[in-house]
Design a protein around this ligand. Structure first.
Ligand code: COA
Length: 203
């Protein structure tokens, strides 16, 4: 765990680079207390969920009322993915094309899939050995509640199972009932304590 001095030093360095605010990734309670001591405030409470049987997911896929086909996305389509993301998450949390590319780079192997033409939804999944991560999932508001989100998650889990991933993690906001219902309906279960995202304005 970083010391308070580390956090203060990193914060100052980010400020020296000209940034006006700094936001953390999802942090556990211990690190969160350090951030609060360094002047950070809680921006969002998150729930962590895990799926430990991705190899069983085909049965869910078969039972889905209207399974949809996903397609691969390449780096030229990140702007379209960002537009979907901003529409789904709003401007405070929506990702730019660069941020989506960064999410893809977060793990040694990733899968970037879209659904719909023009693009209506997309997902970024990553894996590192036997551990998998559903990094990002967005469906544009006009296309929600038609099975697209489920199809993207099923596609991710099938890909994980193909590579013998045994545990898939995803986090989502504590109050995101749509995502929680989708994930839990596909076999994800809540684990651990809440995670928190912090932010601090910089002088
Ligand atoms: C969460 C999200 C991806 C769901 O996508 P979707 O295409 O609308 O979901 P689906 O139509 O495949 O729904 C699958 C299941 O999810 C649940 N669900 C989806 N939207 C829901 C809502 N508004 N309220 C409650 N449950 C919902 C339901 O259990 C649903 O099954 P059902 O239709 O048989 O009841 C979409 O709402 C979205 O992009 N939200 C904003 C971004 C986000 O929250 N991303 C995930 C956070 S990590």
């Amino acid at each position: 765990m970083p010391s308070l001095a580390d956090v203060r030093d990193w914060t100052n360095r980010i400020g020296d680079l000209g940034y006006t605010a700094v936001r953390t990734n999802a942090l556990t309670a211990g690190v969160g207390r350090q951030m609060e001591s360094a002047g950070y405030v809680v921006l969002q409470d998150l729930v962590l969920l895990e799926h430990t049987t991705p190899r069983n997911i085909r049965s869910h896929e078969a039972s889905a009322a209207a399974p949809r086909t996903t397609h691969s996305l390449d780096s030229n389509q990140l702007t379209a993915a960002s537009a979907v993301d901003l529409a789904a998450f709003g401007t405070q949390w929506g990702l730019s094309a660069t941020a989506i590319a960064d999410a893809c780079k977060a793990t040694p192997r990733y899968r970037l899939r879209g659904i719909g033409e023009p693009l209506a939804g997309y997902a970024v999944s990553g894996r590192d050995g036997s551990q998998g991560f559903l990094q990002r999932l967005s469906v544009a508001p006009d296309h929600q509640r038609r099975g697209l989100g489920r199809a993207l998650v099923v596609d991710s889990l099938v890909w994980m199972a193909r590579w013998r991933v045994q545990r898939v993690l995803v986090n989502t906001a504590l109050d995101n009932d749509a995502a929680l219902s989708l994930y839990q309906g596909l076999g994800f279960r809540r684990v651990g304590d809440h995670l928190r995202v912090y932010e601090r304005a910089l002088p």
